[in-house]
Write a protein of this length. Structure first.
Lengths: 140, 140
């Protein structure tokens, strides 16, 4: 890849769904589909909305090792996995940063709803799958 | 759920893609999209084709803790995750069991291709996501 940030970033921006991976207290991998990230900074930081009370949030508080995955269903085996860490942010500034009109559908008390929080993923490295090949890339 | 095997099994049979999770040697979760399983025994055993040389196969040989996930893109948050173990099978009987005409597209030497192997997932428990709720189920 000549420009990983552009190639991967463009692919990610087309997806409506992201998959996030965690490791549970027994050491088993877990995963779940999520709404696409509300915000990304290059391909280094990704911000998701989620429920503070959710299983995944609890797992990340115990063990921040994480991965995120985007899959383009139009092309079999076209996907990107990034490995890094996931932080659970519950401060007002972070919650306001990615809040959108309509989110009260999920969080009835609004942006200050204690069951609403932000997952911040920071990528360390990635693997890009395309055309039956895969390519590892580092993230500065 | 009255009949987890039927409800979950029917949902799985409609999917063209499965997602599999592993834990790498540094303890980070990894995941990847796969062709749907070639065979399932209830919702207890699932058999996938893959490359013996792949990253995932190597990870499962080191650490068999695994999860598989199916996601129905027609309904946001409709998915099922199962946690269990993944075995790498390289014996002739297992490889012949799920081989299909046309697989030479992926494995040029045919069913005995050393780069073709079978991933067998055995589920211990599951979590079913639907209608903004989730339900845990045990697998006998």
């Amino acid at each position: 890849m000549k420009d990983a940030e552009k190639t991967i970033g463009n692919m990610i921006d087309k997806q409506k769904v992201a998959f996030i991976g965690s490791v549970d207290s027994d050491g088993f991998p877990n995963m779940k589909a999520m709404l696409a990230p509300r915000k990304r900074v290059g391909i280094k930081e990704f911000y998701f909305t989620t429920n503070t009370s959710s299983l995944r949030t609890g797992q990340y508080k115990e063990n921040s090792k994480a991965c995120i995955y985007f899959y383009d269903r139009k092309f079999l085996y076209h996907g990107v996995m990034m490995i890094g860490t996931m932080e659970v942010l519950e401060d007002a500034a972070s919650k306001e940063m990615i809040w959108r009109f309509g989110d009260t559908m999920y969080y009835k008390e609004g942006v200050t709803d204690p069951d609403y929080c932000v997952l911040k993923f920071t990528a360390h490295k990635g693997r890009y799958y395309h055309a039956f090949k895969n390519e590892v890339f580092d993230i500065e």
